[in-house]
Design a protein around this ligand. Structure first.
Ligand SMILES: *[C@@H]1O[C@H](CO)[C@@H](O)[C@H](O)[C@H]1NC(C)=O
Ligand SMILES: *[C@@H]1O[C@H](CO)[C@@H](O)[C@H](O)[C@H]1NC(C)=O
Ligand SMILES: *[C@@H]1O[C@H](CO)[C@@H](O)[C@H](O)[C@H]1NC(C)=O
Ligand SMILES: *[C@@H]1O[C@H](CO)[C@@H](O)[C@H](O)[C@H]1NC(C)=O
Ligand SMILES: *[C@@H]1O[C@H](CO)[C@@H](O)[C@H](O)[C@H]1NC(C)=O
Ligand SMILES: *[C@@H]1O[C@H](CO)[C@@H](O)[C@H](O)[C@H]1NC(C)=O
Ligand SMILES: *[C@@H]1O[C@H](CO)[C@@H](O)[C@H](O)[C@H]1NC(C)=O
Ligand SMILES: *[C@@H]1O[C@H](CO)[C@@H](O)[C@H](O)[C@H]1NC(C)=O
Length: 310
């Protein structure tokens, strides 16, 4: 009896393999914000998708745009969101034949939420939505692409934003926010929103995955990866300056209330010693690590930070 059900389980898993196969993926299609934009790069160097495509020898099709939220109907910002701009452009290009991507050879990534939760949005109460709407929107991205034929997905969850200078309790007035505020309050709020949002997204994806036959969905735990880099920088950072996870290599202090910035900029190989580029963005070396782990995942190899749901 036990043997029979074991055989059955093996047979089922043979039909329904978890994750993608080695060599299967030839196209990487990226959605998101400045963490993923390859032109207006948040790291002021080469963005992670370019490294990931190079490491995995896949063709990159980048749709992420700096400043984006998931949807401007939820969290309005005057930048091109995933819904309303990035997805429509993708559908235009696949619809008119300029972009032809076989579903089984293509993987789609989304890394979003930083602007949705951030200043001039949920943190400052500037949008009448909540992190629940944002997580629902992330999961809708999978649903909408699946309905159009896409099958392979990597959802990159939100990083511990309370570790960035902008949202840390030890902040200083900077290019992103120079007005007085209670920094302890912000870091507590941000931590709560990120942890809750990531759990909501995970639970909703776990519920969604079995309803999408033939799909392969991975959750990439950016949150744990960045936290591990913060806790154990020597495992990841390799620049020629003292390793630094609390500051950034392009640090600009503003007068309280705003005005001319006073910047301290590191150059060359010193930059790879920093977890952060500026008060909000991961550094290029951080992005190389993200790229390495995403490449392992889409190659059908194993990343410690990725979990396939199906
Ligand atoms: C956003 O709102 C507009 C106007 O109401 C609507 O046409 C559009 O479908 C909405 N988009 C999403 C993604 O909900
Ligand atoms: C956000 O979600 C709430 C329910 O949680 C819903 O009532 C509201 O319409 C949503 N807002 C938007 C902008 O989608
Ligand atoms: C397809 O649409 C894209 C985006 O609008 C455009 O840049 C491209 O020229 C179009 N290609 C064709 C063949 O119509
Ligand atoms: C700032 O927020 C923290 C945490 O909520 C609180 O303990 C502290 O009293 C606040 N400080 C001020 C000046 O309001
Ligand atoms: C750090 O390691 C990356 C590979 O992860 C390499 O590309 C980079 O050049 C190294 N940086 C320095 C300063 O050696
Ligand atoms: C980290 O970098 C910041 C500059 O952003 C600097 O002020 C700080 O002293 C550095 N910390 C260490 C431990 O080197
Ligand atoms: C980095 O280069 C800029 C421009 O050359 C210079 O102003 C700055 O002092 C350099 N930074 C350091 C830490 O040497
Ligand atoms: C999987 O990744 C390891 C490095 O983590 C590498 O040595 C190995 O060649 C990779 N295997 C495949 C099939 O890509």
């Amino acid at each position: 009896m036990l043997f029979a059900s074991l055989l059955c389980a093996i047979a089922v898993s043979g039909v329904h393999a978890v994750g993608v196969r080695p060599g299967q993926i030839k196209n990487l299609v990226t959605f998101g914000d400045s963490y993923t934009d390859i032109v207006a790069t948040g790291d002021q160097g080469t963005a992670w998708p370019v490294y990931a495509a190079g490491y995995s020898k896949t063709a990159l099709h980048p749709f992420a745009r700096s400043g984006a939220t998931c949807s401007n109907n939820i969290t309005f910002r005057p930048f091109p969101p995933v819904f309303g701009n990035q997805l429509p452009l993708y559908f235009t290009e696949t619809g008119n034949g300029s972009l032809q991507l076989p579903a089984d050879e293509t993987i789609y990534t989304l890394w979003i939420g930083t602007n949705d939760l951030g200043v001039d949005s949920l943190t400052t109460g500037s949008n009448g939505a909540s992190v629940v709407n944002v997580s629902e929107c992330m999961v809708d991205w999978v649903r909408v692409l699946y309905e159009s034929g896409a099958r392979n997905f990597i959802m990159q969850n939100m990083i511990p934003l309370e570790l960035t200078i902008l949202y840390s309790a030890n902040t200083y007035p900077n290019r992103y926010w120079a007005d007085p505020h209670n920094a302890s309050d912000w870091s507590i709020l941000m931590r709560e929103m990120v942890l809750s949002g990531n759990m909501l997204t995970k639970l909703m994806l776990q519920a969604l995955a079995p309803t999408l036959p033939g799909s392969h969905i991975a959750i990439f735990d950016s949150h744990s990866l960045i936290q591990d880099m913060f806790d154990h920088p020597a495992l990841y950072l390799n620049g020629t300056a003292p390793l630094n996870v609390t500051g950034c290599w392009n640090s600009c202090v503003a007068p309280v209330g705003g005005g001319d910035l006073t910047c301290t900029v590191q150059n060359g190989t010193a930059r790879d010693s920093y977890l952060w580029t500026d008060e909000l963005h991961p550094s290029e070396q951080t992005d190389r690590i993200v790229a390495r782990e995403i490449a392992l995942t889409l190659e059908g190899n194993t990343s410690k930070w990725a979990t396939w749901l199906n």
